[in-house]
Design a protein around this ligand. Structure first.
Ligand code: SF4
Length: 412
């Protein structure tokens, strides 16, 4: 069951944000998507609508612009594409958005959406949660990479939802496109000024792959989606503003830096293997030493490109002064920032949040050792949008259906 509260209607402090004026076409049909294809794949796909070989790259560039700069979800808005071709594209492909099942707005302005993606292949429809956190001068979108999660981190509500399936590159990007639609963050496609990507005043300035799922267990789709999101002729989000957070899938950490080039965050949460084995059970496979060795070798690591270590503050579990000192010892030599996250309780959770004075003392020790150690203000608690609280109602699929859905997404 989804842990959602519908407070949006009654929230007097909700921000008024004008959603995109463009009518949004909702995914319903079972056509292969164009969103989520690389430029090369997009050009190849043009063969299916009889675009002559010599024109395919040009057509792919046109489509790229409409999809990611203008944010259209309907071929009929692509006014510089011939009518016949638009009709043909519409027959064969989909660029529609997922259905928005729910939108909640916290008293602090945080938004949480529940998106439903239609069945692909033999699979069933699935639902994922995406969260938008507005802050002074920036807006961060927390994006999901899987429906459910195979890992069972004991402090995390998502970990109680069984894995349903990986999201495709289309579904990962669709969360960004939908958020921008809802926030009015796309230029109006109907005006000449609409052609220009605003460099200032954007609502979504940062992406964190910190929603539902372990992104490095869905590496190829996440990579594809993030490379598209950072393409300078499209959504144009700097790789320095994209952070991928992993619980510690050591073999994929180097590839993340090498092939995606984004910022890295590690869900550390404990400083001793015996504690981390319980809090983040993947630690049994790749213990703290191996994880930190992989961090030391992260491509491009420098003071300007530090790794963020996430540390949830759990009362009497991982919050002593000894823990703080051990944390400092472990991270020696790694350009790092430590985010201290007051635990967000969820129904049935076995932990309590550390007392505020304890968190501050812990932060002081880490800070005195030369590491930035901000205490994250919990956001969106009233709508269960805070860290580790995301969970949708999608049911586990049978393996056969999962494979079919993944194959359909990959083939598209
Ligand atoms: S913290 Fe991340 S990896 Fe761990 S259970 Fe939650 S969603 Fe999965």
């Amino acid at each position: 069951m989804a842990t959602t509260l519908d407070i949006a209607r009654d929230n007097p402090n909700a921000q008024t944000i004008v959603a995109s004026p463009q009518p949004i076409k909702v995914m319903s049909e079972d056509k292969p998507p164009l969103i989520g294809l690389s430029r090369e794949e997009l050009a190849e796909a043009m063969a299916l609508v009889d675009v002559p070989e010599k024109q395919r790259r040009m057509r792919a560039s046109q489509l790229w612009h409409w999809l990611y700069v203008r944010g259209v979800s309907d071929f009929s808005h692509m006014t510089n594409v011939a009518k016949d071709l638009r009709a043909r594209l519409d027959e064969v492909f989909s660029i529609a958005r997922p259905e928005m099942v729910d939108e909640q707005i916290s008293v602090d302005g945080t938004r949480k959406w529940l998106f439903r993606f239609p069945a692909r292949g033999a699979g069933r429809p699935v639902e994922v949660e995406t969260v938008y956190i507005p802050e002074e001068g920036r807006g961060t979108l927390c994006v999901s990479s899987q429906v459910g999660c195979t890992l069972t981190c004991t402090f995390c509500h998502t970990g109680t939802q069984k894995m349903v399936r990986n999201l495709t590159s289309e579904e990962i990007l669709a969360q960004v496109l939908m958020a921008r639609d809802r926030l009015g963050d796309f230029p109006d496609a109907t005006t000449p000024q609409g052609a220009i990507v605003p460099s200032e005043g954007r609502m979504v300035t940062n992406i964190v792959m910190m929603g539902m799922g372990e992104p490095l267990y869905n590496f190829e789709n996440v990579k594809k989606a993030l490379l598209i999101a950072s393409d300078g002729d499209g959504l144009s989000l700097s790789k320095r503003r994209i952070t991928l957070s992993t619980s510690g899938v050591v073999p994929e950490i180097f590839r993340t830096g090498d092939e995606i080039g984004c910022m890295l965050a590690i869900s550390l949460h404990a400083v001793r293997d015996e504690d981390r084995d319980i809090l983040v059970p993947i630690n049994k496979k790749w213990p703290i030493k191996e994880l930190l060795d992989a961090c030391r070798n992260y491509p491009g690591l420098s003071n300007a490109k530090r790794i963020t270590f996430e540390y949830v503050m759990l009362k009497d579990i991982n919050d002593s002064n000894q823990d703080a000192l051990e944390l400092v010892r472990l991270l020696k030599g790694i350009p790092a920032k430590i985010n201290l996250i007051p635990f967000n309780p969820w129904p049935g959770s076995q932990y309590a949040c550390s007392d505020w004075e304890r968190i501050e003392e812990f932060a002081d020790i880490v800070n005195r050792a030369g590491y930035a150690s901000p205490i994250r203000t919990p956001r969106g608690r009233d709508i269960f949008a805070a860290c580790g609280q995301l969970k949708s109602a999608s049911e586990r699929m049978r393996k056969k259906d999962r494979d079919a859905a993944t194959a359909a997404g990959t083939a598209a």
